[in-house]
Design a protein around this ligand. Sequence first.
Ligand SMILES: NC(=O)c1ccc[n+]([C@@H]2O[C@H](COP(=O)([O-])OP(=O)(O)OC[C@H]3O[C@@H](n4cnc5c(N)ncnc54)[C@H](O)[C@@H]3O)[C@@H](O)[C@H]2O)c1
Length: 368
Amino acid sequence: MRQVRVELGERSYPIHIGSGLLSDAALLRASVSGSQALVLTNPTVADLYLERVLSAFTDVDVDVHMMPDGESHKSLEEYGRALDFLLSKRHNRTTTVVALGGGVVGDLAGFVAATYQRGVGFVQIPTTLLAQVDSSVGGKTAVNHSAGKNMIGAFYQPSCVIADLAVLASLPAREFRAGLAEVIKYGVIFDAGFFAWLEESADKILALDEAALAHAVARSAEIKAEVVASDERESGIRAILNYGHTFGHAIEKLTQYGTYLHGEAVAIGMVQAAIYGCLAETLSIDDGRRIRRLVERFELPCEPPQLSVESVLEAMGMDKKVSDGKLRLIVPVAIGRVEIRDADSKPLRQALEYSVAGASPLDGSSDG
Ligand SMILES: NC(=O)c1ccc[n+]([C@@H]2O[C@H](COP(=O)([O-])OP(=O)(O)OC[C@H]3O[C@@H](n4cnc5c(N)ncnc54)[C@H](O)[C@@H]3O)[C@@H](O)[C@H]2O)c1
């Protein structure tokens, strides 16, 4: 088992990473400090893993609350239902909310834990790759609103994260690859050596090789932990975690969140941000091509859908009403290093026009 620590003073916590951790009853049991707990999950994950988790809590007064599966249920309504359930079962301030599932369950359960009786214990058991490398780490919790995604939420750190790599075997392949987009992101924004290791280890990772997976998840969690530790509330450097997300969010929004998984949109967004970097002359074409090639290697989409340049600019908040320089982009300057910069509208338009034309300066093979 590997352990990564998120250093946040008295709110510091461990992330346990290893294969088979859901069968480690002592580890699970130790994560709940009081005598009550609520396991919040959904039917898909419960069918696979709930029994194993519950068997660790034989001496805890434990209840299970199910939310329906799917992003559309990360809602105020489901949040209210979970609170009603906690109240009806008379959970007190010493209870612990245990999130068993992907990012949807984790985000909603975290917001429940943050607000029930002004905050109760919270444990994350992430069961998707995206949740293990991203959403379970860092304390962002939220539900969606019709006005936008994650519009209502809180920063609330868990007391521990238990990431069992064995559960990734049951994850649909498309969901697994979507999580890999965030793994690539950590290499681009923070660690050239990790990026190179991903290039070398792609086959092993795609084959769910245990050691390769452990390193991919642990190094990703470590990078996220380090960034979060230096800027918990995203007043500065934490924004680099949004690399690829400005383009990605625009694509998700313009396709009504129905075409791409979040990680797939981020994959396209990372390639677009790399094209932008090349056109803005912050990034070499060779490094841009390496980013694109790794996205392709992990069988993620690189090309955006056919959308008009104006509509993408508007969705990015860079429409005609917004003057130059208002949009901040996370721009790669080399593999392993990004900068937060005001968007320059000329290369931005050019990058989007390349996409509309179905071509890009990153087409073709790298010399490097
Ligand atoms: N809080 C953050 O910092 C943060 C960061 C990134 C994303 N997010 C949020 O995360 C959410 C997306 O999370 P996600 O990608 O994990 O999606 P998800 O939670 O919807 O899970 C994807 C699908 O996989 C199923 N599943 C989960 N674990 C499984 C397993 N082991 N085997 C088989 N099926 C399994 C789920 O039931 C679901 O159908 C979004 O709401 C996004 O906003 C939050």
